[in-house]
Design a protein around this ligand. Structure first.
Ligand SMILES: [Zn+2]
Length: 621
């Protein structure tokens, strides 16, 4: 396998002489990696992996939550690019968790958003122990701290109670929206099964009637979710729908949180057009295979990195295309030409669409006080008008405020507003209507991490640039000094005196985490720490700790995942537990890493007696 991989790499670079490692090197590398995994165990290898990342780029962060036994429960990590992405695009965030079928049932959580090309971008990831409110609170607080405490304007999640409580607790400045996809899944489950549940109570005739109504109820519900801009109309439609359903429990419960999912309550919510957590769908699918029963944390982390890399390559391509291709401008008006230079191509397309609509708008002044009624005609050639909107314009401040609320939601000015700007003879796009996050310059700002360092996405090219600058300087100096023996002596002695200081500096920088985490700078101790690190294992049947699967999940999977403690594995489990207990006894080193202990984690904070009970119970199996 290493041989074929080496041959492939040789072919890619045009021959083995162009490759700076041999097949033997590669074998050794693979072997040492495997040995490292064996030496440290999963948790130790994971910590080593994270530390290597920090050595590559000091802005990388990982955070662990330990349980009362110092075992790793929750894990959160974020790299330099994620920090930058959140700083530029962290206004709307979706958070979602997914399960594989790994025996530990560790949910994988991911924070996502949209970049300037409306492509999915990643803000942070987590491997969690469970989905309790406490775990979510830790995760969300850690996420915010990593991003310098900056709250998103809007966050979308699914309708999980524990998660919802944690969101309310931590994201106090954000609007919390519920994913419409998940709600619709629940609607299918509850509104269509209501008939079955109520079988005893409902007469036969009514049941048939219900069956006919089912599709209507779901359609009605969909319309309530997306269709009504007016709250009174929504309330009326919802009441009508409620009459059609015999069992109303679910409808009542979803009604209580209507502000989080009904269009009419979200007219001014800054959402960028996002209404669900479906951004994570393709990402989760790519990762799901690696959360399976042979779950190995390092392999998972590496696969995660590759998946992230694919997304980032796509963004680079978009960036390249945006520079290369000029978007098609339908009319060379000053505003469109300006917008084509400022916006990324995809956003310009949207803007141009609204501009086109503004050309088809009819307008009348409402009361001579800068209030206008604007109606846009259909762009299909007939004079069918859309709903009228009220726009308040102010020529002095160059502002237009439209009742459709599109700018507040998406950051792109609507056709109604553009029409009124034109009426006020404003022919260029006012800067306050250009959201930086949608522009070609969206990333043009330096960002500091929580240590106050400028975040650099990839430090290596920076080093190459510095090398180039220094070489140039040295070369010029050497060229000048070579003419005089005295100058040469001076230069040489200066270099000799500075060389040891540079070495000292480099040596100090080679061990960034030692200083930061106050670990004794003794390699043996670090080694000891990596060896003794343990992931928290689920000792109790995990069903209570896991969120219930949705109806659709069950339908799609069609089978239950295997249980954590299979009889065939009792030997190894027992062995592991013994090892861990022994390990714990001799393990009196308490290394300080970036961790927090959970004092009150449900299901985690097992009393010693309970642990012993479980161990002895397992032994009898
Ligand atoms: Zn409008």
């Amino acid at each position: 396998m290493p041989k074929s991989a080496h041959e492939f790499a040789c072919r890619l670079v045009g021959g083995q002489f162009n490759l700076d490692y041999t097949c033997r090197d590669q074998k050794n590398h693979l072997r040492s990696k495997r040995q490292r995994e064996l030496a440290y165990g999963q948790a130790g290898s994971m910590l080593k992996f994270f530390r290597d990342k920090i050595a590559e780029n000091p802005s990388f962060q990982y955070h662990l939550q330990l349980d009362c036994e110092e075992h790793i429960a929750n894990i959160f990590w974020v790299d330099a690019k994620m920090l930058l992405d959140y700083a530029h695009f962290g206004d709307v965030v979706t958070f979602d968790t997914t399960f594989g079928t790994n025996k530990e049932y560790r949910p994988f959580g991911i924070f996502l958003g949209l970049n300037q090309f409306r492509e999915t971008t990643i803000f942070g990831a987590a491997l969690m122990f469970d989905e309790t409110c406490d775990s979510f609170i830790w995760l969300f607080e850690t996420f915010l701290a990593a991003h310098n405490g900056r709250q998103p304007r809007t966050i979308y999640t699914d309708q999980d109670t524990a998660m919802g409580k944690a969101i309310d607790e931590v994201f106090k400045e954000s609007y919390h929206g519920l994913c419409t996809f998940h709600i619709m899944q629940n609607a299918v489950k509850h509104l269509t099964s209501a008939k079955g549940d109520d079988k005893d109570e409902v007469e036969e005739g009514a049941e048939v009637e219900d069956e006919e109504k089912e599709p209507h109820i779901l359609t009605d519900f969909g319309v309530c979710m997306y269709g009504y801009e007016d709250k009174a109309a929504f309330e009326e439609a919802f009441d009508n729908m409620r009459l059609k359903v015999h069992k109303q429990t679910w409808l009542d419960s979803i009604y209580k949180v209507k502000e989080k999912w009904a269009e009419c309550y979200m007219r001014d919510v800054f959402s960028l057009g996002v209404r669900s957590t479906q951004l994570s769908e393709s990402f989760n699918n790519a990762l799901k295979n690696h959360l399976k029963s042979d779950f190995h944390i390092i392999r998972f982390l590496m696969h995660f990195e590759r998946t992230v890399e694919v997304k980032r390559t796509k963004e680079l391509e978009s960036e390249f295309n945006a520079r290369k291709k000029i978007p098609r401008i339908k009319m060379s008006t000053p505003m469109l030409v300006e917008a084509s230079k400022v916006y990324t191509p995809i956003i310009f397309e949207s803007f141009q669409g609204e501009y086109e609509r503004s050309m088809a708008a009819c307008c009348r002044v409402l009361d001579g006080n800068n209030r206008f009624v604007v109606a846009i005609a259909s762009l299909h050639g007939d004079l069918q008008f859309e709903e009228e909107r009220i726009v308040i314009g102010d020529p002095l401040t160059k502002t237009v405020s439209c009742s459709c609320g599109m700018f507040n939601r998406t950051g792109i000015l609507c056709g109604h507003g553009l029409k009124v700007l034109d009426l006020m003879n404003i022919k260029t796009l006012p800067t306050h209507y250009v959201l930086k996050r949608w522009t070609r310059e969206a990333r043009n700002e330096s960002i500091q991490d929580r240590e106050g360092r400028n975040v650099i996405e990839n430090p290596k090219p920076e080093a190459q640039l510095r090398y180039k600058d220094l070489s140039h300087k040295f070369h010029n100096m050497a060229h000048r000094a070579a003419n005089s023996p005295q100058c040469c002596l001076l230069l040489e002695s200066a270099l000799d005196s500075v060389a040891p200081r540079i070495e000292d500096l480099l040596n100090a920088m080679d061990e960034p985490y030692k200083d930061k985490e106050n670990v004794d700078p003794n390699m043996q101790q670090i080694d000891e720490f990596l060896r003794s690190a343990r992931l928290k294992k689920k000792e109790v049947p995990s069903t209570k700790l896991r969120r219930k699967k949705t109806w659709l999940d069950k339908l799609l999977k069609g089978r239950k995942p295997c249980k954590a403690t299979e009889p065939t594995k009792k030997g190894t489990n027992q062995q592991k537990k013994k090892e861990r207990v022994q390990q714990k006894k001799k393990d009196d080193v308490q290394p300080e890493v970036q961790v927090e202990k959970c004092d009150n984690n449900k299901g985690v904070n097992l009393e010693l007696q309970d642990c012993n009970d479980i161990i002895s119970f397992d032994s009898t199996l």
